[in-house]
Design a protein around this ligand. Structure first.
Ligand code: PLP
Length: 418
């Protein structure tokens, strides 16, 4: 409570903006994920991996726009292509060369992508992938996993989710429970169109899938005739070809989003040519901004020139080293605090051993998570409220040192609460 009060006292302009926003925005914002009590910090300017809020405070940005901010806030090549696109004009209601080039880049990188189509968001990409799978198989049901997240309107029921689930017949199974998932898939086999899974739970706490779990899903999809869909909206950053390339497990379809258009709004779904060929015939997929020239052309530069295979590998290694370093601090102090994740995506947990499956936090854990968030803000470090870190390319060794020092400070000053 003291941390919250101190937070509020330093941010009168963010507080006032929140009051005004409540008068015209339902709930005071347009993204539930960025809202927290007593009011969210309003960020007004960004440069490389730094942010400034309305009240003039500067932060090291380790939220990384929930993985969409991979290139930071001022990557010159992204800015240059966007300026160039703007000079040539926007909104042509036509097919553009940018989308062909971006599609070719993505199909060349992700093993499962023979064909791809673009959307405005990861949510839409998942909806379209599921639609394509249902159309191809002629089956209604979708299997998803507790703790998974596939988009704002695509919430399969699990503790804490919004009630806005689509009317889609679904089968739920436990993440990382290979035998349970296989049994459920067999039980519903004749009706199962798709199995959708994140290769690492992102929003669900940066919990990696066990390779054997994904391999079992691959096998049971083949056995039952359901399509295996990897939601790589977040995890695609872990290698040039995403987690599917890193693990050597190729799904039938893949969905993408977040950083791929250099920070512009983006989503994509694709996979086997026969699945995607439906869009030339029986399936329609319209959308005014699906191929908007800003996203398409920024994506070509982002994926073609900046986030190369080498850049992806270097970022992955940097994240792995950070995670080991932070866990080393907690182990040395003997406190129940630990980070889980893969590569450049990490989430803090207040239990030991680190969780291998999603879990319902105790009230005590939730309080620690909130305290951690506010303490990091106080130290000038901006994270996702849930304690997730997504490194961006401009984050360097000095910034990682600063974060490690802040975590060490938290462990020391909050020891009695841990
Ligand atoms: N799938 C995963 C794994 C995600 O993490 C997200 C967003 O966080 C989505 C889908 C939805 O993407 P968007 O927010 O672009 O709709």
């Amino acid at each position: 409570e003291a941390a919250r009060t101190a937070y509020a006292a330093k941010r009168p302009l963010s507080a006032a903006l929140h009051e005004q926003a409540l008068e015209v925005l339902g709930g005071g914002n347009t993204r539930s994920v960025i809202a927290y009590s007593p009011f969210p910090t309003s960020m007004t300017r960004g440069e490389d991996c730094r942010l400034w809020d309305l009240d003039g405070h500067e932060y090291l940005d380790l939220c990384g726009e929930y993985t969409a901010g991979l290139f930071g806030h001022s990557e010159p090549r992204i800015h240059a292509v966007l300026h160039d696109v703007l000079r040539r004009g926007i909104n042509f209601a036509s097919v553009g060369p940018g989308e062909e080039r971006l599609a070719r880049l993505l199909c060349g990188r992700f093993p499962s992508l023979e064909r791809v189509r673009f959307t405005n968001s990861g949510t839409e990409a998942n909806l379209m992938a599921l639609t394509a799978a249902r159309a191809l198989t002629g089956r209604p049901k979708v299997m998803a996993f507790r703790g998974g997240y596939h988009g704002g309107v695509l919430t399969f029921p699990f503790a804490g989710s919004s009630p806005a689930a689509l009317p889609l017949p679904f089968v739920m199974a436990d993440y990382n429970d290979a035998a349970g998932a296989a049994a459920a898939a067999r039980e519903h086999g004749a009706e199962l169109a798709a199995i959708i899974v994140e290769p690492m739970l992102g929003s669900g706490g940066c919990i990696p899938a066990e390779p054997a779990f994904l391999a079992a899903l691959r096998a049971v999809a083949d056995e039952t005739g359901a399509l295996l869909i990897f939601d790589e909206v977040m995890t695609s950053r872990h290698a040039a070809g995403g987690m599917q390339a890193r693990l050597g497990i190729t799904p039938d379809m893949t969905t993408l989003g977040k950083y791929i258009a250099g920070g512009m709004s983006f989503g994509a779904f694709g996979g086997r040519a026969d699945v995607m060929a439906q869009f030339g015939g029986k399936l329609a997929h319209a959308g005014t901004f699906n191929n908007n020239v800003l996203s398409m052309n920024a994506g070509v530069v982002a994926m073609g020139e900046i986030f190369t295979a080498e850049a992806a590998e270097a970022l992955y290694r940097r994240g792995e080293a950070l995670c080991a370093r932070l866990n080393g601090l907690a182990e040395a102090a003997g406190v129940p605090l630990g980070f889980t994740g893969i590569g450049s995506m990490l989430t803090v947990h207040f239990r030991r051993p680190a969780p291998g499956r999603p879990y319902a936090s105790t009230p005590g854990e939730e309080q620690l998570r909130e305290l951690f968030f506010f303490d990091m803000l106080e130290a000038g470090i901006y994270l996702a409220r849930r304690g997730m870190v997504a490194l961006s390319l401009p984050v360097g060794e000095a910034e990682l040192d600063r974060f490690a020092a802040a975590v060490a400070g938290f462990i020391e000053h909050r020891a009695e609460l841990l």
